[in-house]
Structure formats: structure tokens, C-alpha cells
Design a protein around this ligand. Structure first.
Ligand SMILES: *Cc1c(COP(=O)(O)O)cnc(C)c1O
Length: 362
């Protein structure tokens, strides 16, 4: 055995790296990105600001300008504290390492966002998944039973959920919070596309943290996530955060974009309209086809089931349309595909290619 084989954790050696598909030249509908860029005039103004970034200095530990821009842009309760992360992915990891000793349980309904399980594994925590119902709604009795049995340190609720797009009922979230002995993280990555948010209620319970990100709103490239909770929770979690985790370019870009968040809100509103149009079009394709099913979504993507999903995925890819095949993620997602809602033109390219693929396979 080599030094590497003797040294690298066996579970790391057995793991495949997180695969990011090569999307060069493709219509990219696989990663819930906002297809719109900032308007040119804003980008030029941003470039001007970035010119003055002190690249030779470590970023200052406090970010009052960014925090105040964030508080003005979003409905964050005044008494709540905010913690920034290099994407919300990093905050998921930090929260788990703040709360879990080896063997402690992290619990989530599944299928859900994979990083909850991935970060748990690298932190030596034990991830317990509780299956959604077959219609992808929350199985609340099963979840409450699992909380009672496993006493999780952290429960993650993606609200709305990825990759299903389903938003659980607020009353169910409250039931989970009541039952959980530890922290409940309500992950609102898709808040811009949802009807409801748990943010106004974050301080109404002693064990809730609301997690958000600017990624799906249109700033995936700068990597900025934020956690909102009581000052007590945030000050503990902050101890585990690496110093300087949010770089100066991200800070400047995020503060600038948040001062113009109306632009991002308008883009999100357009995507919500396009979601309704795309969903209706997919349902029209599904109506005459046996085994094809479209799930309602509160996020900027749609999940649908279709016979021979993997072949459909490949045929679309050959046509330059990249979506996500999630059929192997979990038994409940058998033959499922996930497509990001995009511009009218890109949605139409997808629909056209999908119809051709479906007719070819039938
Ligand atoms: C995309 C996503 C994230 C990660 O967001 P980043 O801020 O880009 O790291 C977190 N949670 C859910 C549910 C997501 O879908």
C-alpha cells in the first residue's frame, strides 16, 4: 500500500468527487443559475468600485456596509444576528462542525440537498435521512418519530426543497422545531421564488437558524451565503468560521448588488412567471404520455418524471441542452429530471428538444 492509500481516509478514497458537468457551449439548465446578468451600466459601476479594492490587505473582520445593505434588502428581524459564508455550502459545514461530535446525528427529510449529508460525513457526524412521501410531500409523523429516536443535533429543512421544488407547510416546520432537541436550519436558498419565508419567525423559537444565499438570486459566481439566528447561536457558530472566509471582491460586489436589489427582484419575478409557463408546457407534453409527471415547484426549477429519463437526458445533451438527471439520487426520484427555469428562448429550446426526444423514444 502506498503512503497515500495508507493515509487518506478510506471513505474519502471511496468517494467520487462532486461532479460539475462541463457546460461549455451548452444551454445550461442544470444548476439553478439566474440566466440574466446585471445590466451593463451597473456592471461598469461595479468595475469602478472593484478597482479600489485593497487586494493587498486581509478583509476587515466586520462587514457593516455589507450587513446594512443586506438588512435593507431583506426582511431580517432587527434583533437577529447575521453570519456570512463563502456560499451557504460553507455555512452548512460550519454549523455541523459547531454542533456535532463524532457520531452525533444530522437529520433531514430526503431526497434533499446533498451537502447536508456530505458535510456530515466529513465531520464524522451520522446523517439520517427520512423519506418524503411518494408525492414528495413531507412525512411529518415519520420525521417526528425519527427526531425522537435519533435526537439529532441539527435538522436541515430545505424550504423549498431541492431537488423536488416542494415547499413544506409552515405548520409542519413549526412541529419539527417544537420536537427537535437541537438546532433546526431552515434553508431558504430559493426564497426569491417561493411564496413564504420563515425569516420573520426566526426569533420566535429558541432553536432556529435561517440560511440563505445570493446564488440562486443571480450572484452564484461571487459565493455569498448568510445565516440569520439569535445573537447567542451566531456567536457560537462564528467561532468555527475560518477568519477571512468572505473575500474582499465578494464583499464589494455583494454590497453593490444588494444596493440595487430591485434589479434582482425583477429578474426573479420574471423567472417565477416563466416557471408557470414552463410548467404548463411540460404538463401539456405529459398529458397524453403514460408515465410522465410534472411536480409543482416553489423554486426556480422544475422536477419531472419521464420513462427512460436517462436516455432523455442524453438526447437533450446531444442537442446542447444540459439539464440534471437525478434518477439515481434516491428511489423516490426514479426516472426524474430537473430543469432550471430560464429565459423564454432557453425554455423554448429545452421544450423543443424534449418533445423531439420523447417522440424518438416512444
Ligand atoms: C444551491 C443550494 C445551496 C448552496 O448555495 P451556495 O450559497 O451557492 O453554496 C444551499 N441549499 C440549497 C437547498 C441549495 O439548493
Amino acid at each position: 500500500m502506498s503512503a497515500l492509500q495508507n493515509t487518506v481516509r478510506a471513505d474519502v478514497q471511496a468517494t467520487q468527487a462532486y461532479v460539475v458537468a462541463n457546460a461549455t457551449g451548452m444551454v445550461k439548465l442544470d444548476a439553478m443559475e439566474n440566466p440574466h446578468e446585471l445590466p451593463l451600466a451597473l456592471r461598469e459601476e461595479l468595475a469602478e468600485r472593484l478597482k479600489h479594492a485593497a487586494l493587498n490587505r486581509y478583509p476587515e473582520p466586520q462587514m457593516p456596509a455589507l450587513e446594512s445593505a443586506l438588512r435593507q434588502a431583506f426582511d431580517i428581524p432587527e434583533d437577529a444576528a447575521v453570519l456570512f459564508g463563502n456560499g451557504s455550502d460553507e455555512l452548512i459545514d460550519i454549523v455541523i462542525r459547531t454542533c456535532c461530535m463524532p457520531g452525533d446525528v444530522v437529520l433531514s427529510p430526503v431526497p434533499t440537498f446533498v451537502m447536508y449529508a456530505v458535510s456530515s460525513q466529513w465531520a464524522h457526524a451520522r446523517f439520517v435521512g427520512v423519506d418524503f412521501n411518494a408525492d414528495l410531500s413531507l412525512n411529518l409523523p415519520a420525521l417526528l418519530q425519527a427526531i425522537d429516536a435519533h435526537k439529532p443535533k441539527v435538522v436541515f429543512l430545505a424550504y423549498p426543497n431541492n431537488p423536488t421544488g416542494v415547499a413544506m407547510r409552515k405548520a409542519d416546520i413549526e412541529a419539527v422545531i417544537q420536537a427537535a432537541p437541537g438546532l433546526v436550519v431552515v434553508d431558504e436558498a430559493y426564497e426569491a421564488f417561493a411564496d413564504e419565508s420563515f425569516m420573520p419567525d426566526v426569533l420566535k423559537h429558541p432553536n432556529v437558524l435561517v440560511l440563505r444565499t445570493l446564488s440562486k438570486l443571480g450572484l452564484a459566481g461571487i459565493r455569498l451565503g448568510y445565516a440569520v439566528a439569535s445573537k447567542d447561536w451566531i456567536s457560537q457558530i462564528d467561532k468555527v468560521r475560518p477568519p477571512y472566509n468572505v473575500n474582499i471582491l465578494t464583499r464589494i460586489a455583494a454590497e453593490f448588488a444588494l444596493r440595487h436589489h430591485g434589479v434582482l427582484d425583477d429578474q426573479a419575478a420574471r423567472l417565477r412567471e416563466n416557471r408557470a409557463k414552463l410548467s404548463a408546457a411540460l404538463k401539456r407534453l405529459a398529458a397524453p404520455r403514460k408515465g410522465m409527471e410534472v411536480f409543482d415547484s416553489h423554486a426556480n426549477f422544475l422536477l419531472f418524471r419521464v420513462p427512460q429519463a436517462q436516455q432523455v437526458f442524453e438526447l437533450l445533451k446531444n442537442e446542447g441542452i444540459l439539464i440534471k438527471y437525478v434518477g439515481k439520487m434516491h428511489p423516490l426520484l426514479q426516472d426524474c429530471l430537473r430543469v432550471t427555469v430560464s429565459t423564454d428562448a432557453e425554455n423554448q429550446s429545452f421544450l423543443t428538444a424534449l418533445e423531439v426526444a420523447l417522440n424518438q423514444l416512444s
